[in-house]
Design a protein around this ligand. Structure first.
Ligand code: NAD
Ligand code: MG
Length: 395
């Protein structure tokens, strides 16, 4: 029997997924120990996590934040080493003493650390979908060549993974299609005439999930599902035409696989990220997640609806960029990150996020992409165009 604890790095530990991950880890001190934690700017939140989990390393995004954290750790007599250099996230993602890396940073900012974990053969728990959307084939090649175990944490992709046979080499010969469910977010029933004036506060009020601001806005525009279609294509090696999206407002069926014989296998549960997190941490085993179990007699109904592309035009962009040259998903992701940040800053309207995405896709060409540095450069170029475009927009 293997009694060694799994040593875990949590990238983005102060965020919504990061906090849920530490909640599951805290419930299983016999199985997991925290090797490293990271946050962008929230010093006190990271300090509290260091006090509780006593990691070997803590990473902050800038020198002043790192200095502040180091002082506070010293005052608490903690030996955690604080890092902040550009490659600090890569160091804690690829360290030889780490078994498992939870990628819970938001946006393309998480790509380099995901690649470091992939190349060094870690168990990589992927919540940071933007990293795979940007990294695409190059990300998957690094997983292959590094011998990493890439396990999805996005609830839909975890559901699909749980509904598939163990042996990935059997998938393509058996699967007809996968069906991603989408709750529809806060604006599923909103009057279309008023949607353009939706506020950040309204966009972030998701009916079923409590999440970070960026993914909440993406859920309101349905760009989250577009990113998930792209994520599914690379994770499961499917043709884009084999990926379907259906509205399921209750978020109970987390996604489904339809096989060649028309059988559908689905995974169900309450909407609680600790379920896919616990699955990723324990795979191929199962551990308690802390989530409330479903009570089938307690909910009135479970419904499914056709996707409305008039309301959610951004969704179609997933298939468009997958049919375009390599690198195009990175352009879409960059534009969307800039558009969402501008909307949250009240610089553009809700409907203008889609306009930023369309304009950036039309203006920025994908060059030949060979490696991650090509992708990161393309990401910066697309961001620069989108920033300028945002500045030229009128509210
Ligand atoms: P969040 O905003 O709550 O947390 C993000 C974390 O990343 C924080 O710890 C923050 O400090 C850190 N961070 C942000 N920018 C950074 C940067 N430039 N450099 C280093 N660290 C940085 O986000 P979240 O909701 O936890 O989502 C994290 C990722 O997981 C996203 O990609 C999201 O799409 C995905 N995801 C989230 C959920 C959810 O329920 N929240 C569900 C599925 C997938
Ligand atoms: Mg999801």
């Amino acid at each position: 029997m293997n009694l060694k604890k799994h040593s875990v790095t949590v990238l983005g530990s102060t965020g919504s997924v990061g906090v849920n991950t530490l909640d599951v880890i805290a419930a299983h001190p016999d199985k997991f120990e925290v090797f490293a934690l990271s946050a962008a700017t929230r010093v006190d939140a990271l300090l509290a996590q260091c006090v509780q989990f006593k990691p070997r390393y803590a990473v902050m995004a800038s020198a002043p934040h790192a200095h502040d954290l180091a002082e506070k750790l010293k005052a608490n007599s903690l030996k955690t080493v604080v890092l902040h250099a550009l490659d600090a996230l890569e160091i804690i993602a690829s360290h030889e003493d780490v078994d498992t890396v939870m990628a819970a940073i938001v946006g393309a900012a998480g790509l380099a650390s995901c690649m470091a974990a992939a190349r060094t053969g870690k168990r990589l728990l992927l919540a940071n979908k933007e990293a795979l959307v940007v990294g695409a084939e190059i990300f998957m090649e690094a997983v292959q060549s590094g011998g990493a175990q890439l396990l999805p944490i996005d609830s839909e992709h975890s559901a699909i993974f749980q509904s598939l046979p163990d042996d990935p080499s059997t998938w393509s010969a058996r699967i007809e299609k996968i069906i991603l469910t989408a709750s529809g977010g806060p604006f599923l029933r909103r009057d279309l005439l008023t949607l353009r004036h939706a506020t950040p506060q309204e966009a972030c009020a998701h009916p079923n999930w409590t999440m970070g601001q960026k993914i909440s806005v993406d859920s309101a525009t349905m760009m989250n599902k577009a990113l998930e279609v792209i994520e599914a294509k690379f994770l499961f090696g499917l043709h884009p035409s084999q990926i379907e999206v259906v509205i399921h407002p209750q978020s109970i069926v987390h996604s489904m696989v339809q096989y060649l014989d028309t059988s559908v296998v689905a995974q169900l549960g309450t909407p609680d990220m600790r379920v896919p997190i616990a699955y990723g941490l324990a795979w191929p085993g199962r551990i308690a997640s802390g989530a409330k179990a479903l009570d089938f007699t307690a909910f009135a109904n479970m419904s499914f609806e056709k996707m409305d592309l008039m309301r959610f035009p951004g969704l179609q962009l997933a298939w468009d960029v997958l049919a375009a040259p390599r690198g195009t998903p990175a352009i879409l992701n960059a534009a969307n990150e800039v558009g969402v940040a501008a909307f949250l800053d009240k610089k553009i309207r809700f409907d203008q996020i889609h306009a930023v995405n369309l304009a950036t896709l039309a203006a920025v060409a994908a060059p030949a992409v060979h490696d991650v540095s090509d992708l990161l450069e393309l990401n910066l170029r697309a961001r620069a165009f989108a920033q300028n475009f945002v500045c030229s927009m009128e509210l």
